[in-house]
Design a protein around this ligand. Structure first.
Ligand SMILES: [Zn+2]
Length: 324
């Protein structure tokens, strides 16, 4: 009998399902566009329907699936099992996907934040398999992070460790969706970069330029695009100063759509860090873009499902790690 593992990646735009055998080699994928208005119970039904459609496509029996790992762009209360909050998908607020799916599918279910899953994928398969202390930063419309300390994926009791995007860098700054002011996300997200570009070009009406288009302009030395990425890099450097001074990582890995422009914003990050961070923890940090691509989340989920089910990797809570 072949044992199978499943990953479900929930994003604001779509839900992607992937199944793989126990070697995580043979894989099949199924995806559903996320409907605009849904209730939490409708989302659970969508996850159930998608799971069975995936099995149908892959010609796998439900009994042969051992475990399911689900990623969400949200904080997770690991002790209570539910989702804390999600500014990306408000319908997830307070939902308990683990409990709901376990009841419906009668499987071992694990739910994890998307940044932690990406960090886990890096630890298993990426550059950082050589590092025990690193940070993976997701840069897009949202900013979040997955953190490894001494080989442990940091999971605070309330799942709040990935909220890098809500570090305050301007105390009286712009209002953030989280209702606070001056969060990093308001100054270094894709929306912020596009805002800098429009301001430089004196474009008042909303400009629908994308990060991909800005990246191409920057490659042609467009001064507005270069300036926008540089400004974003300065703000990111301010936030990373705090993280580096506290955690002293060996490597910082950038993922998400904005990470493609790393060569345009990294000089600003490094010069800000050089001016502001303590030199001892700053010395020798490796900065890289993740090479695992768009599928990193799904591949990370498959490994997470397998490793949690077989207990190959002990996912502990942060306070348990340091309670030894
Ligand atoms: Zn915020």
């Amino acid at each position: 009998m072949v044992n199978y593992f499943t990953g479900i990646e929930i994003t604001g735009k779509q839900v992607r399902f992937r199944i793989a055998d126990e070697d995580i080699k043979q894989q099949d994928t199924y995806k559903i566009t996320m409907p605009k208005d849904m209730s939490p119970s409708q989302l659970l039904e969508l996850l159930e329907t998608g799971f069975y459609s995936l099995l149908n496509k892959a010609d796998v029996q439900s009994d042969d699936v051992n475990a399911i790992a689900v990623s969400v762009p949200a904080t997770i209360n690991y002790k209570k099992g539910g989702i804390g909050c999600s500014s990306a998908i408000p319908l997830l607020n307070g939902m308990n996907i683990k409990e709901g799916l376990t009841k419906k599918l009668k499987k071992f279910v694990i739910v994890e934040t998307e940044a932690n899953v990406r960090a886990f994928a890096e630890y298993k398969l990426g550059y950082t398999s050589n590092y025990k202390n690193f940070i993976l930063i997701m840069l897009g419309q949202k900013i979040s992070a997955g953190i490894y300390v001494n080989g442990w994926l940091v999971r605070n009791k309330d799942g709040s460790t990935s909220e890098l995007g809500h570090i305050i860098i301007e105390p009286h700054g712009r209002k953030c969706l989280c209702s606070n002011r001056g969060c990093l996300e308001s100054y270094a997200s894709s929306d912020a970069i596009i805002r800098y570009f429009n301001k430089y070009k004196k474009i008042r009406s909303p400009n629908k330029i994308t990060i991909e288009e800005m990246y191409k302009l920057a490659q042609k030395s467009d001064s507005a695009a270069l300036d926008a990425f540089y400004r974003m890099g300065n703000y990111l450097g301010i936030a990373l100063t705090t993280i580096i001074n506290v955690i002293s990582p060996e490597a910082i890995i950038f993922a998400g759509e904005v990470s493609k422009a790393l060569k345009f914003f990294l000089p600003a990050v490094e010069s800000t860090l050089k001016a502001r961070a303590y030199s001892l923890p700053l010395n020798g940090i490796v900065y890289k873009r993740s090479t695992l691509g768009d599928d990193a989340g799904l591949i990370g989920l498959l490994h997470l499902a397998k490793d949690s089910y077989t207990k190959a990797y002990d996912l502990r809570l942060y306070d348990d790690i340091f309670a030894i």
